[in-house]
Design a protein around this ligand. Structure first.
Ligand SMILES: Nc1nc2[nH]cnc2c(=O)[nH]1
Length: 374
């Protein structure tokens, strides 16, 4: 699905079913809405996209701050950090209750063969678990600045995967946005106040940290492109129920994988010790993990929603735009300093985002003109 050239209206609702935009899917004409083939988007599409953007920005900001709070107060387990990234998925069943069965969600797979969809969810769930582990472990062997710099490569990986797997249209405005957003992340990485002494880290471990973090960046981008591909070519069901189902089953597989790791590594025993030594107390430890898990689920719903309504690249763009939003909150919560580089990073991210958005407005305008003319 190439978001810039996307063609669909995303949006009328009927019987609580929310139609979302999947440009490569079968046509579904909605009376009174711009035609699918025109590629023009109606106000409902923009509203749904805005809600998903809000979920990603709010979810990722709070998950990042809570994750930092966990380490700040004495937490140290990578397996626990990995576990909470997907373990909150049961709350999505509450969201599923909002969509009656008659709304046409079609269970986990819509009209696609259940076995095929199950295999895809298991594979994607395991890849997500691997990504979560690499994402959490890279930081163990690298200074935060190096880690953040490597994470900034995520968007560049996504450009390649979405071009190859999703036929993403790459224009000057999109390239401009990707370069600016990568630069904005990289600035945050370079600017990080280095408090850790990594001088004792063996070269081999440093290299491992580098490869794990680079692997996480590539894997995350691949996951987003594969999700888009699955939705377009296999599920072909244009409902929010299908989006939620996909998120629930993939998170279930990833959570089982992280629980196996947590128990096999013996780190689960650390939980009671961590709880006892957590600086702000046991209740706070429990609440930190619960709300981190909830925040990651809110993020994931937004991320998956954006993949299906727009594209994997746009979803990753919003994840990247969220990063420079964290520092002002860290100033309030952790009394970090807000320096000029962090402000410049935010401004560059805003410029990159506007550049990407411009492409959408241009495409939408063209599509409306074509629809009016044809
Ligand atoms: N690699 C990677 N994994 C994630 N898991 C949740 N967010 C991210 C991300 O931005 N990158």
């Amino acid at each position: 699905m190439a978001d810039a050239s996307a063609g669909n209206n995303a949006g009328s609702t009927s019987n609580a079913e929310v139609q979302i935009q999947i440009p490569a899917g079968p046509p579904k004409a909605e009376p009174g809405a711009p035609s699918k083939n025109s590629g023009a988007k109606n106000w409902r599409w923009w509203m749904m996209v805005s809600v998903d953007v809000f979920f990603v920005v709010a979810g990722q900001t709070s998950a990042t701050l809570l994750g930092r709070y966990y380490y700040h107060q004495g937490g140290s387990s990578n397996w626990i950090s990995m576990f909470v990234q997907t373990a909150g998925f049961p709350i999505l069943f509450l969201a599923l209750l909002c969509f009656p069965k008659s709304s046409g969600g079609g269970g986990a797979s819509g009209d696609a063969p259940v076995a095929k969809v199950a295999v895809i969810y298991v594979v994607l769930g395991l890849v997500i678990a691997a990504d979560d582990m690499m994402y959490a472990s890279g930081l163990k062997y690298l200074p935060v600045s190096t880690y953040s710099l490597i994470c900034a490569s995520q968007l560049a990986f996504n450009v390649i995967f979405s071009y190859v797997l999703n036929s993403q249209k790459l224009t000057g405005l999109i390239f401009n946005a990707v370069i600016l957003l990568t630069l904005s992340d990289a600035l945050l990485g370079v600017n990080h106040d280095e408090t850790e002494d990594m001088s004792g880290m063996p070269r081999g471990k440093y290299l491992m940290g580098f490869l794990l973090t680079l692997g996480a960046s590539g894997t995350y981008s691949l996951i987003l492109s594969l999700m888009q591909l699955t939705f377009e070519n296999v599920i072909k069901k244009h409902t929010y129920m299908a989006v939620l189902n996909m998120q629930i089953y993939m998170a279930l597989v990833a959570t089982i994988a992280s629980m196996v790791g947590l128990f096999a590594s013996g780190e689960w025993r650390m939980m009671t010790e961590e709880m006892d030594t957590f600086r702000s107390g046991q209740f706070s430890y429990f609440m930190t993990l619960v709300w981190t898990a909830v925040s990651w689920q809110i993020t994931s719903v937004g991320v998956v929603g954006l993949v299906f309504e727009v594209s994997s690249l746009f979803s990753n763009v919003i994840c990247t735009v969220s990063l420079p939003i964290v520092p002002p909150f860290a100033v309030l919560i952790f009394h970090d300093t807000m320096d000029g580089i962090k402000i410049i990073s935010m401004l560059i991210a805003a410029w990159g985002f506007v550049s990407y958005l411009m492409q959408h407005f241009i495409d939408d305008k063209k599509a409306r003109k074509a629809a009016a003319g044809g």
